[in-house]
Design a protein. Structure first.
Length: 87
């Protein structure tokens, strides 16, 4: 078994978590002159999912705790409240 195989096997649950987030509420941001970041957000009603996701991410990547933010969407003329996690 090579190192990559050991790493993937050892972190299978983490890789499943990342895959699930990328298929749903998450994304990876890549900007010039900055380190790529993984991030996801959940509505206020799903705060527990944001905290659980943060705890899972924190086991592998040092990550600040979830932050509350309010965003205004000009298209719908509404505010969205969410908990946001970014590595």
């Amino acid at each position: 078994m090579n190192v990559l195989t050991l790493y993937v096997h050892y972190n299978e649950q983490f890789l499943e978590f990342i895959t699930g987030k990328l298929l749903g509420d998450g994304n990876i941001v890549i900007q010039d002159q900055r380190t790529p970041r993984f991030r996801f957000a959940h509505t206020m009603a799903d705060r527990e999912w944001a905290v659980k996701g943060y705890q899972m991410l924190q086991q592998t990547i040092e990550t600040p705790p979830p932050v509350f933010r309010q965003l205004y969407d000009k298209r719908t003329n509404k505010y969205y409240r969410q908990y946001y996690v970014q590595s």
